[in-house]
Each structure stands twice: as C-alpha cells, then as structure tokens.
Design a protein around this ligand. Structure first.
Ligand SMILES: [Zn+2]
Length: 253
C-alpha cells in the first residue's frame, strides 16, 4: 500500500443485530472502544427490525445523530469518536405485519399497533429525515414489462445533486444538505409564500414538531437539487411532507 492511498476506500456498511448492547452500538467500556456507529462513520448504519432493539439502545443514538460524533466520559478522561453515519432502519407496520395491507386484514388487537410504534420514541423518529411506507406489490404488477428508470441513471442524478451541494457549501465547512445547521437553514432553504402556507397547514394537520419542520426543509432542498431546480418549489415541499408518515398523528393515530 502506498502512503498516499487512503486507509478506507469503500464506505462502511454496518448492520448490527437487534440484540446489540448500548456499549457495542455507541462505544464504551473501561478503555472506551468505538461502537458500531463509529465503525459506520461516513457510511451506512442499517438497523433491521427497529422496534426489536432495546429502548435504551435506540435512545443512545439520539445524541450522535445530532452531533455526528460521540463523547464517552470516564472519571479521568473523555474520548470523542466520529459518528457521522447515515441511519437506515426497517420495520414491520405492526406485529402481525398486515397493517395497511391492501388485501389482507391486520389481526392485531386494538392499541397493539400504537404500542409497537411507541417502542421507538418520538424524538428518535423526529431525527429520521425520510419515512416511507412500502406496501406489497401484487404479482400482476411485478410481472409487467413496464420499463422503469435504470439505477445507473439514478446514480448519475445523485452524483449531480451532490456536486451542486459541494459547490453551494464550498468554504462553509459543510458537504451536503443533511449537515445544514439550524442557524443556516432559513438562509439556505428559502421558500416562497405559497410554500410557507403549505408547510404551515401540514404542521397543523399532522401535528409536526419544530424538528420535523427543519427536516422537511432540508429534504425539500435535496429533492430540488435532484430535480436540478435552484429554488425549492411547492411540489418539492409537498413531496418532503409526504415522507413524515410515521409522525405520531400520521400512523395508527
Ligand atoms: Zn397487525
């Protein structure tokens, strides 16, 4: 290996099992070791079956998700590990798996669906930018020969959007929209009066938090970048609002 080669050439991908401990996830021990979130730095941390993780494990994710690093304090010293990861999580809609299913009936008792979702705290859900419900695709649709967009085309679009962001944040110490701080947010993610009205209505109707509001603005900025639009238009905002389906009032509420 040459000196100029970087140690990491592929972004990490970590997918710990749901039985993982707090320490193994965020790091710790008497001689603090980095946890999965630091091993996933600049890459992806995938948590499958999110509600199966212990509540305490999910709660310790909150601070590093916000700060992009983790601080572990011991009596005599404090260590900081980087933890700028992209969190991707998956879960069933309810314990039986059929809530909102187009054909089958959910057989969960009343209140069970809400209880299942409640295993993930509101503040953690708030910190997840995009919630998407994936309903089963019927076989007839799977087998159609309709051509869809090729993933290489999507890749090109993503790379283009990343370049736009790199240029926008040049000299600002940021690289992408996800890293916008709350102070810079209003300046970078400007919306017009129609957009403001739409967002206000959505906040009221869906009972969204201030944090969700910020997330929507950032996601809308990214949607606009992907569409090659310098301004955040109403349709970009509307799409970003749709991605909050797990916010309390929107799911089994
Ligand atoms: Zn169910």
């Amino acid at each position: 290996m040459r000196k100029e080669d970087s140690l990491l050439s592929v972004r990490p991908y970590r997918s710990p099992h749901h039985t993982i401990s707090d320490v193994a996830l965020v790091g710790g021990g008497s001689y603090p070791q980095p946890g999965e979130i630091s091993l996933a730095h600049n890459g992806v941390l995938f948590l499958d079956e999110l509600p199966e993780f212990k509540r305490s494990v999910l709660e310790v994710l909150r601070q590093p998700l916000e700060d992009r690093m983790v601080t572990i304090s011991r009596a005599k010293f404090t260590v900081e590990y980087p933890a700028s990861f992209m969190l991707v999580a998956a879960m069933n809609p309810c314990p039986c798996g059929f809530y909102n299913h187009p054909e089958k009936e959910c057989v969960c008792a009343p209140g069970v669906v809400q209880k299942y979702l409640n295993k993930i705290s509101g503040p953690l859900l708030d910190r997840i930018d995009i919630h998407i419900e994936v309903t089963p695709v019927p076989f007839s649709e799977l087998s159609t020969e309709r051509t869809s967009e090729h993933s290489s085309t999507m890749r090109e679009r993503v790379i283009r959007a990343r370049r736009v962001q790199e240029k926008r944040y040049e000299g600002k110490g940021l690289h992408c929209n996800a890293q916008i701080g709350s102070r810079q947010l209003r300046e970078i993610c400007r919306i017009d009066a129609t957009g403001k009205a739409l967002l206000e209505k959505a906040m009221e109707r869906l009972g969204l938090s201030a944090r969700a509001y910020d997330r929507i603005l950032k996601v809308a900025r990214t949607i606009a970048d992907l569409a090659g639009s310098p301004d955040i238009r109403t349709e970009h905002l509307a799409e970003a609002i749709q991605y909050r389906s797990l916010d309390r009032e929107g799911w089994a509420g």
